[in-house]
Design a protein around this ligand. Structure first.
Ligand code: NDP
Length: 433
């Protein structure tokens, strides 16, 4: 902690992992002797840089850019870019740290990284977004490459931003290097199902957890937070599997739609018009908008928090439990506070941490890299079937590791132990580097 002052989110993520992996260390003393812990909490490389750009009024703006290249022991660095005013070193480090274990859990050959900027895209024109992205990439490009570091989207970085970032990389390097970025448009190297993958994957994970107990999603009420990429496609898949998703939100409030969120309308407002969740409530008969609150007091069987870190606290968890929630799967990264996780697990709620439940996004990014390397394009149905299988494997890895290490049913421990074990073996094999 003395080494990383003012980094509460990073310390929270590290504590969560270290608390669960004690049984792995007991079984593998060579991990302790090999200094795995000391090394794994220290990023291989941290890049911070100035991002100057000129707004539409001709004023100079300066933001800060980050790329934390945490671990490349399993493959090229891989992890998204986040553009949000709250971004700081602590948040990017926590996300990069989580990414190592998440990527290991997918079973694919990808390392862990995260990046972004404190730039706020809300209310900016397309031209401003483009100039910002070009300036950001003008510095970052030298650290990227299909065999080095492969970014993707995250909060505030969607198809539009990825297009501008990729275009600038191509211009500067004179290389159409498709595999250096994932989440690209399907017309220019992107993979089918990448857009849907994180949300779909989270719902597939819920299906897996319920199946262990002989239950399905059919007829269940689902509460989702957020209204971005992850939330929209979690809602869509929940509906396809016979559940009803009744909430969505943004940082201003949430909407309750008892008839089930209308995904077409939500996509139109969020992806096309770049509007607010209050606009959805205004245009959808029967929907109710609740300003300034989060959706966790609404009774649901399944909750999928899909907005941001620490958006579901101990009181929210108690409210969910009191209303009989059966399963909670983190679509976002670390949306539940440590207290919330404790409350949910103590009440016997099936709880899936983000590094397992939202791994479908990065797993499909790795499929995009495979397609780029082979100059192939797989169709939607095959790609979705692969995602479905990967989520089954992620569930299996977390579930069996939890049993093996004496914590049956504890997906937090299971995901951490399984991810850590794979990374630690590789680190040991590759020597002190
Ligand atoms: P988007 O930018 O598409 O959407 C983010 C949503 O969360 C918006 O509705 C936004 O509302 C809300 N939100 C963001 N910050 C806050 C905040 N401080 N308080 C309340 N609401 C907030 O991002 P994604 O859907 O891509 O990402 C959502 C989460 O999922 C993140 O934690 C991300 O790390 C995680 N994730 C994403 C993956 C992906 O493939 N996209 C993969 C794995 C994890 P508003 O517009 O008001 O800010």
């Amino acid at each position: 902690e003395a080494r990383n002052p003012h980094e509460p989110e990073f310390l929270q993520a590290v504590h969560e992992v270290l608390e669960s992996i004690a049984p792995v260390l007991d079984t593998h003393p060579e991990f302790v002797d090999g200094g795995i812990l000391e090394r794994i909490v220290e990023p291989e490389r941290q890049i911070m840089f100035r991002v100057p750009w000129v707004d539409d009024a001709g004023r100079l703006q300066v933001n800060r850019g980050y790329r934390i290249q945490f671990s490349s022991v399993l493959g090229p660095y891989k992890g998204g870019l986040r553009f949000h005013p709250s971004v700081n070193l602590s948040i990017i480090k926590f996300l990069g740290f989580e990414q190592i274990f998440k990527n290991a859990l997918t079973g694919q050959g990808i390392g862990g990284a995260k990046g972004g900027s404190d730039f706020d895209p809300h209310g900016r024109s397309d031209a401003e977004i483009m100039r910002f992205c070009q300036s950001f990439m003008s510095e970052l490009y030298r650290h990227l490459g299909e065999h080095t570091d492969v970014p993707a989207g995250d909060i505030g970085v969607g198809a539009r931003e990825i297009g501008y970032l990729f275009g600038q990389y191509r211009k500067i390097t004179n290389r159409h290097e498709s595999g250096m970025f994932t989440g690209k448009g399907v017309q220019w190297g992107g993979a089918e199902v990448r857009t849907e993958a994180t949300g779909y994957g989270a719902v597939f994970f819920v299906e897996e957890m319920l199946a262990v107990h002989g239950e399905t999603l059919h007829g269940k009420r689902v509460g989702v937070s957020g209204s971005g990429n992850v939330a929209i496609y979690a809602i869509e898949k929940a509906h396809q599997l016979g559940a009803t998703a009744v909430t969505a939100s943004d940082s201003s409030g949430y909407v309750l739609d008892e008839a089930g969120i209308d995904v077409d309308l939500l996509r139109q407002i969020k992806e096309v018009e770049r509007g607010r969740i209050s606009d959805y409530a205004a245009r959808r008969p029967g929907a109710v908008y609740v300003e300034g609150e989060r959706p966790w007091r609404v009774p649901v069987d399944v909750a999928i928090p899909s907005a941001t870190q620490n958006e579901l606290d101990g009181d929210d968890a108690r409210a969910l439990v009191a209303n009989g929630v059966r399963a909670v799967a983190e679509g976002a990264n670390m949306p539940s506070t440590p207290e919330a996780v404790e409350v949910l697990q103590a009440a016997g709620v099936l709880f899936a941490p983000g590094k397992a439940a939202n791994a479908g996004g990065v797993a499909t990014s790795a499929l995009e890299m495979s397609q780029n390397a082979a100059r192939q394009r797989w169709n939607f149905d095959d790609s979705e079937a692969k995602l479905r299988a990967i989520m089954g494997n992620v569930h299996h890895a977390a579930f069996t590791a939890a049993e093996k290490y004496g914590r049956p049913g504890d997906y937090v421990a299971g995901a951490n132990c399984a991810g850590f074990e794979r990374v630690a073996h590789a680190m040991l094999a590759q020597g002190v580097i």
